[in-house]
Design a protein around this ligand. Structure first.
Ligand SMILES: [Zn+2]
Ligand SMILES: [Zn+2]
Length: 378
């Protein structure tokens, strides 16, 4: 609270104050960006499953905190050391990483040694944060290096991705988390290849992004598994060649039959241990199962050891698609422009003030990817 108070940016923010309850809309303020930071005026923010996981504290974080981590907006101010973005640039904010540890240095920043601290710690690496509430009390921010459920956010130069101005900026926030998670798992982490078979377990935003990416990669058998008939129908429209309702049919048996023995690649997007077992058991020889579904802390799962070892199956943990967002997000935007990655089909827009309803609609399955628009904000 020692920064120049006259440079503070007044904001409206949605704040998590009590576990499992609705986020509260408050007036607050942000300090001016530090040397390597960027002040972004939000145009829109996606709502991601992880926001609900943190609201319910399945992942514990400090509180009170401003959540939100799929922000897109316009750069308003930059710190003295920032060189790659300037005021007026359109940016997507993505997860934060340190840039210096071994995974960061070898091109895997999503597996940064400091991932938990930098994305869930509610502060910068040094423990400081930018926000305070209307009474001058501390408010944690820097959630995923952004805290995008607010009219403005302080991000780092490192986790903003400059994007072209001829695509609707309000659509692009989810590319910074949910959409890159599914598509990156397929294109970058597992490297699904032309002619292969792929199955997604769970057809929320992550699973549907994965299915669209599998089509881009040239997979020729693409199976969607879910219990929601409307989502399965959408999956078929977006590129799945087969849909399996796991309430009606054992998905392992179905996938073995469809693929003639088992899939080359499967992706667990549901965050459920019993579904992970199905995703492993659905693999063919030398198949790879990726895990992207977040589970409550401490969740364990089982598999048959010989049935993993002898067929040479692999099980792979994947965060944020293991992508470097600075190059991957512009690639997704280009695919979108060419009509090959229609992720806009997953999006439903809400007003910022409708955030809690958007979360409820996401949890009930009514909406696949809610996106809050700040232009409508009062
Ligand atoms: Zn790192
Ligand atoms: Zn997310």
């Amino acid at each position: 609270m020692t920064q120049d108070t006259d440079q503070r940016q007044p904001i409206r923010a949605a704040v998590l104050r009590s576990v499992g309850e609705a986020l509260q809309f408050e007036s607050a303020s942000l300090e001016a960006p530090r040397a390597t930071e960027v002040l972004v005026r939000l145009v829109a923010s996606g709502v991601c499953h992880t926001d609900m996981v943190v609201r319910d504290q399945f992942f514990t974080t400090p509180m009170p905190m401003i959540l939100g981590h799929e922000g897109s907006g316009v750069v308003e101010r930059v710190g003295s050391d920032v060189t790659t973005v300037a005021p007026g640039d359109h940016v997507v904010m993505t997860y934060m990483s340190c840039g210096l540890c071994a995974p960061c240095a070898t091109g895997h920043p999503a597996h940064c040694e400091h991932m938990s601290l930098l994305n869930f710690g509610g502060a910068r690496m040094d423990g400081s944060f930018s926000a305070c509430d209307a009474h001058g009390h501390d408010l944690h921010d820097h959630f995923f290096g952004q805290s995008s459920f607010a009219t403005h956010a302080i991000a780092s130069e490192r986790n903003v991705v400059k994007v072209r101005k001829d695509v609707p900026l309000e659509l692009l926030g989810p590319l910074g988390c949910g959409i890159q998670t599914g598509s990156g798992a397929v294109l970058q982490a597992m490297k699904v290849h032309a002619g292969s078979s792929f199955a997604a377990f769970g057809t929320g935003a992550v699973g549907l992004a994965a299915l669209m990416a599998a089509r881009v990669a040239g997979a020729t058998t693409i199976v969607a598994v879910d219990v929601n008939p409307a989502r399965l129908a959408l999956a078929l429209e977006l590129g799945a060649t087969h849909a399996v309702n796991s309430r009606e049919r054992d998905p392992v048996e179905a996938i073995r039959e469809i693929t003639g023995g088992g899939a080359d690649f499967t992706l667990e997007c549901s965050g459920r241990a019993e579904v992970l077992r199905q995703a492993i058991d659905s693999l063919g020889l030398l198949g790879t199962c990726g895990i992207v579904g977040a589970t409550p802390e401490g969740t364990e799962a089982s598999f048959n050891v010989n049935e993993v070892m002898i067929p040479g199956r692999r099980i792979m943990g994947i965060v944020q698609g293991d992508v470097v967002s600075r190059t991957f997000i512009p690639e997704l935007i280009e695919l979108y422009r060419q009509g090959r990655f229609p992720f806009d089909r997953l999006v439903k827009f809400y007003k910022f003030e409708e955030l809690n309803q958007a979360m409820a609609d996401s949890e009930s399955g009514v909406t696949i990817k809610p996106v809050l628009r700040f232009a409508d904000a009062a």
